[in-house]
Design a protein around this ligand. Structure first.
Ligand SMILES: Cc1cc2nc3c(=O)[nH]c(=O)nc-3n(C[C@H](O)[C@H](O)[C@H](O)COP(=O)(O)O)c2cc1C
Length: 218
């Protein structure tokens, strides 16, 4: 498969669009599980979909009142764990939980305090190499990082975190053998699409900038 063929340019340009006021704009981004360190040295774990990478920096958007934002304001180490689509039930078990006690009034209705989110989610911790919080053993991709900048967003309700990645751990099954490349044919992120969970469909094509070696079938 090569770069974009001309046939993808046959979209109906006359198709109507409806002006709407959606309550959320979560248009489909990967889910990450952030492990951070609580004040007592225990670990917090939180699902986040506002995450994207710029070279070695991962930008995160976090609710100001959550335990994760509080932790990163004082203890900058974190692990950005990437679950695959099969892990969505564990992610959803984490959804109504906070590591903050008492639960702030700004949290969603039904949110409750949970000091041991790993156990409740059915996930296991693995020690990190360069940061204090643990990795999530079940996640095929784990990025050890440090929050170098934590600042309020324009609304004041969120903080924007710039985390610089220090070490990457990958399940060998998603790595092109003998290289440092993640194989996009075997790795799929878990996508949060307007509060519904999806995996990726089959590959459509690739960027002209890809550096992943082409895999030939045995
Ligand atoms: C799939 C998913 C994605 C989420 N994305 C975000 C996000 O991008 N930013 C955010 O602040 N909260 C997000 N949340 C909500 C937090 O996980 C939730 O507020 C949680 O209580 C945070 O835990 P903490 O208070 O222990 O940090 C998401 C929840 C789920 C289930």
């Amino acid at each position: 498969m090569n770069a974009a063929p001309l046939s993808t340019m046959t979209t109906d340009t006359a198709a109507p669009r409806t002006a709407i006021e959606p309550s959320i704009l979560y248009f489909g981004t990967p889910v990450v599980l952030l492990s951070t360190e609580n004040p007592d040295g225990s670990s917090n774990l939180a699902p986040i979909s506002s995450a994207w990478a710029l070279d070695r920096t991962v930008v995160l958007g976090l609710g100001r009142d959550g335990q994760t934002a509080q932790n990163l304001g004082s203890r900058p180490d974190l692990v950005i764990n990437l679950p695959d689509p099969a892990l969505w039930p564990a992610v959803e078990r984490l959804a109504p939980l906070t590591g903050r006690n008492p639960v702030p009034a700004t949290k969603a209705q039904g949110c409750r305090y949970e000091p041991d989110k790993f156990t409740v989610a059915g996930l296991h911790s693995a020690p990190s190499h360069t940061v204090r919080p643990p990795r999530v053993a079940e996640c095929p991709l784990q990025l050890e990082a440090r929050a170098e900048q934590v600042r309020p967003d324009v609304s004041g309700d969120f903080v924007i975190v710039e985390a610089v990645v220090r070490k990457v751990h990958a399940d060998p099954r998603i790595v092109v053998p003998g290289t440092n490349h993640i194989d996009p044919a075997t790795w799929s992120p878990l996508i949060y699409n307007f509060r519904h969970y999806f995996g990726l469909g089959p590959e459509l094509g690739h960027s002209y900038r890809t550096q992943t070696p082409v895999q030939t079938m045995p």
